[in-house]
Design a binder for this molecule. Sequence first.
Ligand SMILES: *[C@@H]1O[C@H](CO)[C@@H](O)[C@H](O)[C@H]1NC(C)=O
Ligand SMILES: *[C@@H]1O[C@H](CO)[C@@H](O)[C@H](O)[C@H]1NC(C)=O
Length: 481
Amino acid sequence: MHSVCTHESCTRIVFFILVLMLLFTRCCSFADVYLFDYNSPYTLLTIKFQNPALMGHVLLSADIISTVEFNHSGELLATGDKGGRVVIFQHEQECKNRPNLRGEYNVYSTFQSHEPEFDYLKSLEIEEKINKIRWLPQQNSAHFLLSTNDKTIKLWKIGERDKRAEGYNLKDEDGRLRDPFRITSLRVPVLMPMDLMVEASPRRVFANAHTYHINSISVNSDHQTYLSADDLRINLWHLEITDRSFNIVDIKPANMEELTEVITAAECHPNQCNVFVYSSSKGTIRLCDMRTAALCDSHTKFFEEPEDPSSRSFFSEIISSISDVKFSHSGRYMMTRDYLSVKVWDLNMENRPVETYQVHEYLRSKLCSLYENDCIFDKFECCWNGSDSAIMTGSYNNFFRMFDRNTRKDITLEASRESSKPRATLKPRKVSTGGKRKKDEISVDSLDFNKKILHTAWHPKENVIAVAATNNLYIFQDKIN
Ligand SMILES: *[C@@H]1O[C@H](CO)[C@@H](O)[C@H](O)[C@H]1NC(C)=O
Ligand SMILES: *[C@@H]1O[C@H](CO)[C@@H](O)[C@H](O)[C@H]1NC(C)=O
């Protein structure tokens, strides 16, 4: 017998390999990388960091993520992307055998919110890209959110279903009509349990009210109205009424050639339903009170920091344009982001911010090339943490910055798959600003301006953050010891 492998030994080898594979997969489940395919535009990749501060997972999207928003308790996280999709993640309960993980965010629901359209009057394509998502406070078992592209706002209901009605009289279980001559007795339909299904259904469409691109939506604290802002106007809507809205701000000049300023962002006050703010491309913020007049063209408060004449340059006006404005949870402060800094304003002090944080001051010497490659027009957002004591905003090279308002400490972190290898550390990054570059520092000239973090969100109750870096969504949480 020269055969190398008898039938029996073959079986044994195969068995041995199987055991090895089994062992290997068992071992792998202790190495901290998991890849799940949820048959959705996202893939979930969980990575544990050895860093004492942060751990996280990465979710890969089919398209560029254009907005990220936690619901009011942080258990759900919604993302919108350039392809008009909305993906909702749900925070799973803690896993018992892995106490150092708070539980993961798994895909809960995915749906197509907007489709590309065509504006025949202006011969313009209307992109399906989701500009903003806002959750409505939960009132029953279903969840509601507003999503908007450049022109149309939609109200979506996301509900769960785990029962199905069966035993109809006129149709079969699969919906086909039954032959009327075969129906001899009357049945009472019954509710049967079925696998849990999450359904998203469009409830309202708020269209045809914006001539320019919608940059903000914000749900009012009365939970019945919301505002939507475009470059020149702000409208107030009732959530139940889709065929009309009230124009509350209109800065469109009679002659468009006199246009010097556009609205860049707007938000309702978190607890005074008559108050809202909007920011402008000139670096100013106006606070308006809807009780004073129906049309709030005249503001109640005007926030502006006088310009420092010594740093004036050709780019001054461009970099002072405000890309985001956010009220603190308490409603006492607001935060604005401009190209190089984040500012915190006390609502009772209009002439200057109470705090200013430099995000990437080293770019001041690079403004010329940032103007040439259009990066200078990037719109970075900013967010507060749950207790208003820390703030976060993005930068280039997939860096994002966090500032502690009490200690005045700041940190630069990087959201990248390379630095997110299993057991790798999410270590603070430093950019060298002239002079000699230290080890571990990156020079300004080697920053990648195509990698930018525009959208971030902070869990309202915990130290969990979501960071969108092009088509990757990173969810980091501080490590629980
Ligand atoms: C956020 O979503 C979770 C998960 O479904 C839900 O339990 C919670 O009530 C929601 N929070 C708010 C304030 O809507
Ligand atoms: C907010 O940030 C502060 C300071 O970094 C931190 O101590 C606190 O736990 C954070 N709060 C929440 C709710 O995330």
